[in-house]
Design a protein around this ligand. Structure first.
Ligand SMILES: *Cc1c(COP(=O)(O)O)cnc(C)c1O
Length: 242
């Protein structure tokens, strides 16, 4: 490819992403209006898993501030490739975290959405101490009570939130959930709102509710989501399932 051709490809991709972000913004604005919520209460995290660093670079250029990843090693590579651009973004980890990957995660992450067990809290706390900068943490809630896909059952969430809040180098930010497959997202997000209330009663600063993806963001907004995690609706369908 010549330099001109590469520039044209980038321009086309940039146009695609900008159009998708505009449509997404209209969807979010309509959902906020329908729910009687202020548009500014809802932040979009663009989930860039499986997409290359150049897409993240385009997102940053268009004005996106928050990006989310699922696989720790893939994210580390993108972060390294983007250097200065990466430093201007807030990086979220939304996929499950194995304890042996925590040190690698701490090199690039700002916010971990998928904290679901005590051992992971202790390990993240040590990694944040080592890097000398706190990590924001959300407790992931399993809404179908099947913790195999990640998340703690609702009754365990307050104890995990307390443990994060009493750690030295983590900041308790709130709660996160993925609506269970084949269930009513409305019911799931209503349950998440209840868990969030229970957590905020003990920790008023933990106001973040990370919920809603490309297919169910309207329901999430109706139930108080503050942070949407949107991939497909911005970048297109992923060829690799994750
Ligand atoms: C991939 C992913 C998303 C984004 O899903 P889309 O349907 O592509 O919007 C959100 N949350 C988590 C945890 C993910 O892994």
């Amino acid at each position: 490819m010549t330099v001109d051709e590469a520039g044209a490809v980038r321009g086309e991709r940039r146009g695609q992403i900008a159009d998708a972000l505009r449509s997404l913004d209209e969807r979010i604005a309509a959902a906020c209006a329908a729910a009687g919520r202020a548009r500014d209460d809802v932040t979009t995290i663009v989930i860039t898993k499986t997409y290359p660093a150049r897409d993240v670079d385009i997102l940053a250029e268009i004005g996106v501030r928050d990006v989310g990843e699922n696989r720790i090693d893939e994210a580390a590579d993108k972060h390294a490739e983007l250097a200065d651009v990466a430093a201007r973004l807030t990086w979220h980890q939304v996929g499950q975290v194995q304890t042996n990957k925590v040190a690698a995660l701490a090199r690039w992450v700002d916010v971990v959405h998928s904290v679901d067990r005590g051992r992971l809290i202790d390990s993240l706390d040590r990694a944040a101490a080592t890097r000398g900068r706190p990590i924001s943490a959300l407790v992931q809630v399993s809404l179908d009570g099947d913790p195999r896909r990640g998340g703690a059952i609702a009754t365990e969430v307050p104890r995990l939130a307390d443990r994060i809040a009493s750690s030295s180098h983590l900041r308790l930010a709130g709660v996160m959930a993925v609506a269970p497959l084949g269930s009513e997202p409305d019911r799931a997000f209503a349950a998440l709102a209840d868990v969030s209330q229970a957590v905020q009663a003990r920790h008023p600063q933990a106001t973040m509710i990370s919920a809603g993806m490309s297919g169910d963001l309207e329901q999430a907004i109706a139930h108080g989501a503050t942070h949407l995690r949107v991939g497909t609706a911005v970048l297109g369908s992923r060829r690799i399932r994750q």
